[in-house]
Unconditional design. Structure first.
Length: 445
C-alpha cells in the first residue's frame, strides 16, 4: 500500500450526540501480508510498509481526509571541496591563436594565419642542421581528373521462367574498384593465351560464318579460333576476387583468385561476341590457357565484388535458344546494357550470363554439364545449380568465365587445383567441400 486517505463522517442519531474516542480507532501500522511482500511477477519491487499517523479529532457532520504521509526526503547535495589534485595546463599560445582565428574565418588574414607553415627551404636551414625540401601546399584537383561514378544496371526481379525484360535503368554501383596488379593478378597469368593474329576476323564476321552449325560442330570451330588467339585483349587482364575466412584449424586466411573480367569471347576489343560452349570445349580451352572453371561460390563472389553488375535479360524460350542467331542477338543486348551503364572494357562485369561451373556433381553425373548463376539485382541467381543438360548443350544464356590456376593464399602463389582438393582450404572456395580429381578432369578435357 503506497497511499491511504481515510475519510470519516459522524452522523447524529435521534438528536443525541455520539462520543467517539479517536485514540481507540487509530489505524496504527498497516501490515503487508507475507505473500505480498515479495516482488510481483511484473518485475516491479514490492511496496514498502507505510506508517500512518493517528486520526485527528472529528466532529459530527464534518469530513476529514487523512493526507498521505511524505515518505520521500530529498537528499542533501554532496559538495566536494578543495582543489583538484592536478592543475590544468594552459594551452600553448599558438593553439590559442589558431582557435581564435578559426572563430573568425570571415577575415582572410585569419584563414592564412591558421594554415601550417611550409617546411624550411635550403636558404632557411639552420647552420649544421638538416636541409629539407620545400613542402608545397596542396592545390585543387584538376577538372580533367574528375571521374564519373561507376554505374550498374538494375531491372525488377522476374520469375524463373525466362521472359523478355524491359530496358534497364542504370544505378550507381557501390562495388569497390580493384587494382589489377594486386596480388599479381595481371596479364602475366594469361600469357598462355596466344597473341591475337593480325589476320584474325572480328567476332561478328566469324560468328556469321557458322549460321547452320550447332552443338559440337560449332564448339569445335569456336575452340579452334579461340585457341589460336582470336580473343579480345581486355580479357587477358585478369581481375582479383578475394575470400576471407577461418580455416578448420582456427587460423584465418585470405584467398585471392584471378578471373577473366568478362565471359569468354571471340574477336577484338572493337568487335567481339561472347561464345557459349559445351563442357568439353570449355574444358579444352581452360586447360590450354592454364585456367579452370569457377565453383558456385566463386560465381557468387564474382557477382558481389564486380565493378559492374548487369541485370539478366532473358529471351523467348523457343527451340532457337541454342542457335547462333540467338548468341548474336543476346550479345548485342548485353553490350547495349554495358554501354548504357557507362561500363568500360576490362571492368569486372557479372550478372549477364549463367556460368558453367565446377562441382562434385559432375563426377556423379557423367555426360552432363553443370550450370549456375544469372544473378538478379540483390544477388539471387535465376539458375540454381543444375546438371539436367547434356555435356554438349549450350544456349545463349550460358557463359564461360575462366579462373587462373594460380591463386594466392595470404599473398603466396599456390595452385588453385590443389586448394580445391585440400580439405583445409576448399571450404572457402566451394560449397560442398573438396572437389575430387575426377570432377576436375571432367571439366578440363
Amino acid at each position: 500500500m503506497t497511499r491511504l486517505a481515510p475519510v470519516a463522517r459522524i452522523e447524529p442519531v435521534e438528536d443525541r450526540p455520539i462520543e467517539i474516542r479517536i485514540a481507540d480507532i487509530g489505524l496504527g501500522t498497516v501490515a503487508i501480508p507475507p505473500a505480498a511482500s515479495g516482488a510481483p511477477t511484473t518485475g516491479f519491487d514490492a511496496p514498502a510498509r507505510l506508517e500512518l499517523a493517528a486520526l485527528p479529532p472529528m466532529e459530527a457532520e464534518s469530513d476529514y481526509v487523512m493526507p498521505a504521509p511524505n515518505t520521500w526526503v530529498e537528499p542533501e547535495p554532496t559538495i566536494v571541496s578543495g582543489r583538484p589534485p592536478v592543475e590544468a595546463q594552459p594551452r600553448p599560445d599558438h593553439i590559442e591563436h589558431l582557435a581564435a582565428s578559426i572563430r573568425n574565418l570571415t577575415n582572410p588574414a585569419n584563414v592564412l594565419a591558421a594554415r601550417p607553415a611550409q617546411r624550411p627551404t635550403v636558404a632557411e636551414a639552420p647552420e649544421g642542421g638538416i636541409v629539407l625540401a620545400s613542402s608545397l601546399r596542396p592545390t585543387l584537383r584538376p577538372a580533367n581528373l574528375e571521374v564519373a561514378p561507376t554505374l550498374a544496371v538494375a531491372v525488377a526481379s522476374t520469375p524463373d521462367v525466362p521472359v523478355t525484360l524491359a530496358t534497364a535503368t542504370p544505378e550507381v554501383s557501390t562495388a569497390p574498384a580493384f587494382d589489377r596488379n594486386a596480388n599479381a593478378c595481371s596479364t602475366r597469368l594469361s600469357r598462355a593465351i596466344p597473341r591475337r593474329p593480325g589476320n584474325a576476323a572480328g567476332g561478328t564476321p566469324f560468328i556469321q560464318t557458322l549460321p547452320s552449325a550447332s552443338g559440337t560442330t560449332r564448339d569445335a570451330a569456336i575452340a579452334r579460333e579461340v585457341l589460336r588467339g582470336n580473343v579480345p585483349d581486355f580479357l587477358r587482364d585478369l581481375a582479383p576476387v578475394s575470400f576471407t575466412g577461418v580455416l578448420p584449424n582456427g587460423r584465418s586466411a585470405q584467398i585471392t583468385i584471378c578471373v577473366t573480367p568478362d565471359y569468354l569471347a571471340v574477336g577484338s576489343d572493337r568487335d567481339f561476341v561472347r561464345v557459349p560452349l559445351g563442357l568439353s570445349a570449355a574444358g579444352q580451352i581452360a586447360e590450354a590457357f592454364d585456367m579452370m572453371l569457377p565453383t558456385t561460390r566463386m560465381v557468387d563472389a564474382i557477382y558481389a565484388q564486380a565493378d559492374l553488375r548487369l541485370s539478366p535479360s532473358p529471351m523467348d524460350p523457343t527451340s532457337q535458344m541454342a542457335s547462333t542467331n540467338y548468341f548474336l542477338r543476346h550479345n548485342a543486348t548485353v553490350e547495349a546494357q554495358r554501354a548504357n551503364a557507362g561500363g568500360r572494357l576490362g571492368m569486372l562485369v557479372s550478372g549477364q550470363k549463367k556460368d558453367l561451373v565446377l562441382t562434385n556433381r559432375l563426377a556423379r553425373a557423367p555426360g552432363r554439364v553443370a550450370i549456375y548463376g544469372w544473378h538478379r539485382p540483390g544477388g539471387n541467381p535465376i539458375q540454381p545449380l543444375s546438371t539436367v543438360h547434356g555435356a554438349a548443350y549450350a544456349d545463349y544464356s550460358h557463359g564461360i568465365r575462366l579462373v587462373s590456376r594460380t591463386a594466392f593464399v595470404n599473398g603466396q602463389a599456390v595452385d588453385l587445383e590443389d586448394l580445391l582438393m585440400d580439405g583445409t582450404y576448399a571450404g572457402l572456395l566451394n560449397t560442398d567441400g573438396p572437389i575430387g580429381r575426377p570432377a576436375i578432369q571432367l571439366a578440363s578435357r
